[in-house]
Ligand binder design. Structure first.
Ligand SMILES: [Mn+2]
Length: 196
């Protein structure tokens, strides 16, 4: 069966299907209707070695808000579902991603406790059709629906495309490591509480 999940969510604002395989090869098929967002989710899949299918029909005639936020909710749910009982995984990891002048740190703990610490400074309103204010909303939704502690910290930055892309790649790498099995654990949980 493997560590895969398919999650569907339909509201009056968005209709979303996401399929993820945590043990994939980075194959992605993404269509959100927002070019830059597709670019970010493709990067997330490729650099995390996740197989990812994302189909989104959102109310883009309003703006990009519902589409981006709801995609975050469904991606978080899919990650959580694919992880199952989290037995044997490393649980936490961090990564520092450079992209030219920008340097972004992401740390992840698949603790079961949602928390987002967000420290990126973006300078423009939009990258393409993507509203830069939505970066925080997206990662907030992923962290809450995925029940993970997620930090994004800008060490240095200049160009918004670089900062955002480095954040998605840093998150992908941190999540990739945190979801890897540690053979010393066998099927035990890395928790003194005995639950994650
Ligand atoms: Mn790019």
């Amino acid at each position: 069966m493997g560590r895969k999940a398919t999650v569907n969510r339909k509201t009056g604002e968005t209709d979303i299907m996401i399929e993820i395989d945590l043990d994939g090869s980075g194959k992605a098929e993404v269509d959100t209707g927002i070019g830059f967002f597709d670019h970010m989710l493709n990067s997330f899949a490729k650099h995390g070695f996740f197989d990812l299918k994302v189909k989104v029909k959102g109310d883009l005639y309003v703006d990009t808000h519902h589409t981006i936020e709801d995609t975050g909710i469904v991606l978080g749910k899919a990650i959580k579902e694919a992880l199952g009982d989290k037995a044997g995984i490393r649980r936490y990891a961090s990564f520092i991603m450079p992209m030219d002048e920008s340097l972004i740190l992401s740390a992840v703990d698949l603790s079961g406790r949602p928390y987002l610490s967000y420290d990126l400074t973006l300078n423009t309103m939009k990258v393409g059709e993507f509203d830069t204010q939505m970066v925080k909303e997206f990662f907030y939704a992923v962290s809450y629906a995925g029940e993970m502690n997620l930090h994004l910290k800008q060490i240095s930055g200049g160009n918004d495309h670089h900062i955002i892309e480095a954040a998605f790649k840093a998150f992908a790498n941190a999540l990739k490591e945190a979801t890897r099995p540690d053979e010393r654990l066998g099927d035990r949980l890395l928790s003194t509480k005995g639950t994650l």
